[in-house]
Design a protein around this ligand. Structure first.
Ligand code: SIN
Length: 498
């Protein structure tokens, strides 16, 4: 076992983790640990864009505020939403100073798109539909130049070290079997979402809910885990369990429409904004249409875009569809809603601090309160950067702590064991009982199944990466189920039939 120390330990190398690292005072030693490799994060997959008013016009800012509150069924934390909107422009400008570029229109101004729930076009994008990838590349380049930032790949955190009621470090396990205990002045969780708990998701495979489980095990408060957002339009790939390819909401923002398998338009029957209603409404409408027509999918009719424009505006999506025999801008594409984004998570305040001192959370694993019961499209990348910067500012202002040498902790034996069947069981329980529509008997069945799995895992501890990841998945899944049982009233993306 090795020991290392740093001022700031960041768990996760997606947008929120990396942006925090870049904004922490460069006299502080920062280590970013990444479970897999830096190119395998959810941030890389982001298509649509980042919502931001680039003007200081009070009416425009209040319309972004209002759209966010309406989408969230007004369960949002108003103060957090104000921060999100008011600090958007400064953060976009900071991203640009780091080398991020956004697509321009013919007049050379930033091109903006409308997405579901937005009263007008305010979504900035990059590389057409490759916003996440285009944002991450310059940030990585910048991080590589920084002498105070060390990025350690293939390293998973399996425990937060807590002493005297404060986070003081983390225990990590490398892919090569090496154990490293970090002592850290500040620990930031930026581990992303929970897509891997579902059979069908747009998320990267690394989204196993580790941050949620780590925070909960350390004693930090978790909230609103029932609020899991389903994206209305993932490319329908039959029964395959592989990651679902996202067909960005921006396609509907640019004119694509929804048709059921009989060819009928239906979105306006559910909401006056039709295809561009908030995401929870559209996903639930599609679910209903699929149910009523006995189908596993509906269609996204992309013909209103025209093939030439569609290929230029959405090159990544056009290429993917092309490989699958469809022409974007011409064809009706089979789509289905799938798990996309965790709204709940580790409860944080406006500085990104969890309820456990010196433990922070940012990005999808955090619950800042900005999204209420349903996230407004493209507010997630914005949340990442706004609250990452706040965490960095908080850390920069806090005086350093003198930490006692850590006790070695209990080291378990490591054994090879196949956890795949357990993971399949978790996914099956979640897909069946914690999807768009939830019912009490199903939730109770999932709770029982997950509790059994958890008891078994705890009985047979194993110092292996697959063990810890499966354990984290189970804890995060149980948190979703238990919150869904507790929330008996349907609101936003949590729909309880009974
Ligand atoms: C999309 O491009 O539709 C996803 C954007 C988001 O999740 O906000």
């Amino acid at each position: 076992m090795k020991k290392r120390s740093c001022d700031v330990l960041i768990v996760g190398g997606g947008l929120s983790g990396l942006y925090t690292a870049l904004l922490v005072d460069d006299r502080l030693k920062v280590v970013v640990v990444v479970k897999n490799t830096v190119s395998q994060t959810n941030s890389h997959l982001a298509q649509g864009g980042i919502a931001s008013e680039m003007s200081t016009d009070a009416d425009l800012l209040s319309s972004h505020f209002e759209d966010t509150m309406i989408a969230g069924s007004r369960l949002n934390d108003e103060q957090a939403v104000r921060v999100l909107i008011d600090e958007a422009k400064e953060n976009i400008e900071q991203l640009m100073r780091f080398g991020v570029t956004f697509d321009l229109d013919r007049a050379g101004l930033m091109h903006t798109t409308k997405e579901g729930g937005h009263s007008h076009a305010r979504v900035l994008h990059s590389g057409g539909d490759a916003t996440g990838k285009e944002m991450m590349a310059p940030l990585w380049k910048e991080a590589e130049k920084r002498k105070n930032i060390d990025i350690v790949e293939d390293t998973m955190v399996y425990g937060i070290v807590v002493e005297n009621g404060e986070a003081v470090g983390a225990r990590t396990l490398r892919k090569n079997g090496e154990t490293i205990h970090f002592q850290a002045g500040h620990v930031v969780l930026a581990t992303g979402g929970i897509g891997a708990l579902y059979k069908k998701t747009t998320n990267a495979a690394a989204a196993t809910g580790c941050g949620i489980a780590l925070a909960q095990n350390a004693g930090a408060r978790i909230r609103d885990m029932a609020f899991v957002q389903f994206h209305p339009s993932a490319f329908y790939n039959g029964e395959s369990d592989s990651r679902s390819f996202l067909l960005s909401e921006a396609l509907r923002g640019e004119g694509a429409v929804l048709r059921n398998i009989e060819g009928a338009l239906f979105a306006k029957r559910y909401h006056e904004d039709g295809e561009l209603a908030p995401r929870d409404v559209v996903a639930q409408a599609i679910y209903r249409e699929m149910y009523d027509t006995w189908a596993d999918y509906v269609y996204l009719d992309t013909s209103p875009l025209g093939a030439e424009y569609a290929k230029k505006r959405f090159p990544t999506i056009a290429a993917h569809l092309n490989r699958n025999g469809y022409t974007l801008g011409k064809d009706w594409i089979p789509i289905t809603p799938v798990e996309h984004f965790l709204i709940g998570g580790v409860q944080t305040n406006l500085s990104g601090e969890s309820t456990l001192p010196y433990l922070y959370a940012v990005g999808e694993c955090a619950s800042t309160g900005v999204h209420g019961a349903n996230r407004l499209a493209s507010n997630s990348l914005l949340e990442c950067v706004v609250f990452a910067r706040r965490i960095a500012q908080t850390i920069n202002k806090k005086p350093g702590r003198t930490l006692e040498p850590q006790k070695p902790g209990r080291l378990l034996q490591s054994a090879r064991f196949d956890y795949a069947p357990i993971r399949r069981k978790i996914r099956q329980l979640m897909e069946e009982h914690a999807g768009i529509v939830r019912q009490k008997p199903g939730l109770l069945e999932a709770q029982k199944g997950l509790r059994d799995i958890l008891n078994n895992l705890r009985k047979h501890e194993n110092h292996h990466r697959n063990y810890y990841e499966t354990l984290h998945m189970t804890i995060a899944a149980l948190a979703v189920i238990e919150d869904a049982l507790e929330k008996e009233t349907s609101v936003g993306c949590h729909f309880r039939l009974i």
